[in-house]
Design a binder for this molecule. Structure first.
Ligand code: DX5
Ligand code: ZN
Length: 214
């Protein structure tokens, strides 16, 4: 069963709690929270204080995507703030295993993300340590970008990696997902679809979430 995770990056931040309540009422499965530090990616977005505010606005799992350097220093604070899962980038961790262990130790689901130019080989060594693999289908930093070519093949590669390693991690895709390509992403292997602009720039969140289920 496919999970739909609206990314609040494209929400109206002046009405953030209302926006979170609206997608919750519209059938979302998770809330995706994009944390950016101005170093790993150029923009700066939000920190744990805002995660606490989102936690109070929904009962849904909070899927916190850390686009920050040295995430191992921050993971426990995000879990304390209410994250259900925390995803770190393989490109951003000095010690990937320590970061993943830190997430699980704090009591959350451990996710590992990779950017479009990063090969799946970079995450192969960690598949037994993760609950979720996040395949970035755009270069991170901004919502509303088109899906990078080769993303569907990478999802299929992630599914093969899961099968060949005998592991059970969820496969999540993030960036450029719209109703028109969601079905292809699901067929290629995605279990969780992140969608920011597709949902928050639509007039009917519930209809868009239904359309994304393929
Ligand atoms: C990009 C973020 C995404 C982004 C997706 O750096 O990680 O979660 O919000 O936005 P859309 O769905 O508009 O591509
Ligand atoms: Zn994201």
């Amino acid at each position: 069963m496919t999970h739909i995770a609206p990314s609040i990056l494209s929400a109206d931040f002046g009405r953030l709690a209302d926006e979170v309540r609206a997608v919750t009422a519209s059938g979302a499965d998770w809330i995706h929270v994009d944390v950016m530090d101005g170093h790993f990616v150029p923009p700066i977005t939000i920190g744990p204080v805002v995660v606490t505010a989102i936690r109070a606005a929904t009962h849904l799992p909070l899927d916190v995507h850390l686009m920050i350097e040295h995430p191992e220093r921050q993971v426990s604070e995000f879990v304390r703030a209410g994250a259900t899962g925390v995803t770190v980038h393989v490109e951003a961790c000095g010690d990937v295993s320590a970061a993943l262990a830190g997430i699980r130790h704090a009591g959350a689901r451990a996710g590992l993300a990779l950017n479009p130019p990063t090969p799946l080989d970079a995450v192969r060594a960690f598949v037994a340590e993760i609950d979720l693999l996040l395949v970035m289908s755009v270069n991170p930093g901004w919502g509303g970008q088109p899906l990078v070519a080769g993303s569907m093949e990478k999802l299929a590669g992630a599914r093969s990696l899961r099968t060949s390693s005998g592991t059970t991690f969820l496969i999540e895709v993030d960036g450029g997902i719209k109703p028109g390509n969601a079905g292809a992403a699901i067929s290629a292997g995605a279990d969780v679809l992140v969608a920011g602009s597709a949902i928050f720039e639509s007039h009917d969140y519930a209809a868009t979430i239904r359309a994304l289920r393929g």
